[in-house]
Design a protein around this ligand. Structure first.
Ligand SMILES: Cc1cc2nc3c(=O)[nH]c(=O)nc-3n(C[C@H](O)[C@H](O)[C@H](O)COP(=O)(O)O)c2cc1C
Length: 249
């Protein structure tokens, strides 16, 4: 599809590629502060801002997290920002007015997860606009309880993902997205044929070349959604009083 309208911001967005290798250079504190403030300008559900951000810069803490989730980007990052779904502040606000508090369940999880995600994407984009790079690290959820312990997360909070930020040591090619028509529909939903998937497998393979030999995009989708989800998230949500014991997902 030809792009007729563009802006510096859109050009920056279209250049996005996750960065997993960083130099030793640190992001100056004031710069990081400014990046996060830009991130926090994102919209949130009713302006509730149901998330917190734990900025991890101590190498010892990064190593603790890495011990549970060994991804090099965590260690190499200047800062590892952990985005936390947070109804702990909400509890304080609610209790000013009523003893009733219902923080659990899927609707509330969506509220806090969406709020945090919008802020995180804004944060990453702000960092990229200054020449920094980063990657979202969602697999920390596989060890949600351990990560929560390291970060002292209280009741009504849960780690959603980390955002490793730093000075890129290496830049990656932009990954092709699914075709526009596969994802964006006019007026009503259009269920897609499997041929759309195999065509994208081919596109991804052409992009990835040797690096992805043996594993296609749809095989990776199957590896994720073709098995029962990991249970660490649910267990941690129950522990933090964000899911009732009888909730199955
Ligand atoms: C919620 C979420 C979790 C992610 N978790 C990880 C992760 O644990 N490790 C990783 O290397 N990349 C992770 N990523 C990055 C994606 O793999 C990456 O965004 C995707 O492959 C598209 O590539 P791009 O960002 O370079 O365009 C995550 C992205 C999102 C949005």
């Amino acid at each position: 599809m030809a792009i007729h309208d563009s802006s510096e911001t859109m050009d920056l967005m279209l250049q996005h590629a996750s960065v997993r290798n960083f130099t030793d250079e640190k992001i100056p504190t004031e710069t990081l502060h400014a990046i996060i403030e830009a991130g926090r300008a994102a919209s949130s559900w009713k302006n509730f801002q149901s998330y917190s951000i734990i900025s991890v810069s101590k190498q010892a803490t990064k190593e603790q997290i890495y011990a549970f989730q060994p991804q090099k980007s965590i260690l190499a990052a200047s800062h590892f920002l952990v985005f936390v779904g947070d109804l702990n502040r909400a509890e304080k606000a609610v209790k000013l007015h009523t003893p009733d508090f219902y923080p659990d369940g899927s609707e509330n999880l969506l509220i806090s997860s969406v709020d945090a995600s919008l802020a995180a994407q804004n944060t990453l984009l702000a960092a990229e606009s200054l020449g920094y790079g980063g990657v979202i690290v969602g697999l920390i959820r596989d060890q949600a309880a351990d990560i929560s312990k390291i970060l002292d997360l209280p009741d009504y909070t849960y780690p959603i993902f980390g955002l490793a930020l730093g000075v890129p040591a290496q830049s990656n090619a932009v990954k092709p997205r699914l075709p526009y028509e596969t994802v964006v529909f006019e007026e009503t939903y259009q269920v897609q044929e499997a041929s759309v998937i195999t065509a994208y497998d081919q596109l991804q393979q052409d992009y990835a070349g040797e690096r992805r030999a043996g594993s296609s995009w749809s095989e990776r989708v199957a590896a994720q959604f073709g098995q029962v989800p990991q249970s660490a998230t649910l267990e941690n949500l129950r522990d933090k009083k964000l899911m009732k014991k009888h909730h199955k997902i």
